[in-house]
Design a protein. Structure first.
Ligand code: AN7
Length: 361
């Protein structure tokens, strides 16, 4: 059976004899070498860390397994979060797995269809707030201070502890840290967690170098870049439609200690990277995840990446946001009768092209 992150990185996490070693198979996600974008951006090596391969389809599972294990260890029977969709899907999945009462708050109209489908399927208590993610998070924060319900947003320190394991895996796979780590930034928990993971591995001598942390917000939801909270954030990448990040200060620390950058990319840049990832790399990512790739493309126009080893974190699966994928097609679907002649006609160029290659072996 595949080890989960609690087991795999047991000695680097706060595991006690009383911590339940739960796992839904999270972590140990693929690090895939780029076939196309690597050349486009002119770096030596480009890899994608495919966090959409986690059990609920996003990186949130690494932190959720830790937070839920600690909640159980501490005797809690209920968990709660506010979410742009992935945290709630993950909380609801682990809540169902562990038999906990799970309450999720989502901003109305702002959650991608796949994430809503997950929330409904795992069957937590879902509250749809007529407001922004930031307002929902504030409500959850206050509620969990008042009642014996465990907050499982990334304000819960166990979440970031669990999420740092992704940085461990990258070093374990590459033999050292990359030169640059590109990552989307919403609530800024993940960039904080990765920096902690890389730093811890360096302190332990398991990595010789540290990466420059390159965080990317969407232009319409870029409070860190602009230096002030945004009351009404807007971007096609609903996962990172966040105006007042909880881990704002820690993200700045990660940026400054690593000599990195926190910048923004436009929705057009995000969508262009989104299409390039699926069409040229075979990687179907959600739009927020494509922000890291849009970031590396933008940055490669500013700084020569020759000789550099780069990792882009692909935080969630493209299946999370099926509507965007279908809105984004620029081809019409061809219909035909169920007849071979009709198919041969439609595929005429293919048929001609293949025939010119000679007979089938
Ligand atoms: C796919 O689920 O905030 O900077 O409530 O779902 O750690 O917030 C999701 C965030 C990037 C940003 N990519 O990470 C939520 C939520 C995807 C995401 C981010 C999110 P953070």
């Amino acid at each position: 059976m595949r080890q989960g992150v609690l087991e795999r990185y047991r000695e680097l996490l706060e595991i006690t004899p009383n911590t339940p070693m739960i796992s839904m198979g999270e972590g140990s996600t693929p690090l895939v070498r780029s076939r196309f974008i690597e050349n486009e951006v002119g770096c030596a090596e480009l890899y994608f860390k495919l966090e959409g391969c986690n059990p609920s389809g996003s990186f949130k599972d690494r932190g959720m397994v830790m937070a839920v294990a600690k909640a159980i260890e501490d005797g809690s029977a209920a968990i709660m979060c506010a979410s742009t969709g992935n945290t709630s899907a993950s909380a609801a999945a682990y809540g169902a797995y562990c038999g906990l009462t799970t309450i999720v708050l989502v901003p109305s109209g702002d959650v991608a269809a796949g994430k809503m489908a997950q929330a409904l399927a795992y069957h937590p208590r879902i509250l749809v707030v007529n407001g922004t993610f930031d307002q929902a998070l504030e409500m959850v924060r206050t509620f969990t201070q008042r009642y014996p319900v465990t907050l499982v947003n990334s304000l819960n320190p166990h979440r970031l502890e669990g999420q740092k394991t992704a940085a461990f895996e990258i070093v374990d796979d590459l033999g050292d840290a990359p030169d640059f780590l590109f990552i989307p930034v919403g609530n800024a928990g993940n960039i904080t967690a990765y920096w902690r993971g890389f730093s811890q591995y360096a302190d332990l001598g398991r990595a010789e170098t540290l990466p420059r942390m390159m965080g990317y917000q969407a232009e319409g939801a870029a409070p860190i870049v602009r230096g002030e909270p945004i009351a009404e954030p807007s971007t096609v990448a609903s996962a990172i439609r966040i105006g007042n990040p909880a881990s704002w200060q820690q993200a700045l620390t990660a940026r400054d200690q690593s000599g990195g950058v926190i910048d923004s990319v436009t929705d057009d840049e995000i969508l262009s990277a989104y299409r390039m990832l699926s069409r040229r790399e075979g990687i179907f990512a959600e739009p927020a995840s494509a922000a890291s790739v849009a970031g590396v493309i933008k940055f490669s126009g500013q700084l020569d990446l020759a000789g550099k080893r780069v990792v882009c974190v692909i935080t969630g699966s493209g299946l999370k946001d099926p509507d965007l994928a279908t809105q984004n097609i620029d081809m019409s679907l061809q219909e035909l009768p169920p007849e071979l002649w009709a198919m041969e006609k439609v595929l005429e160029e293919v048929v001609q092209g293949t025939l010119s290659l000679g007979p089938k072996a």
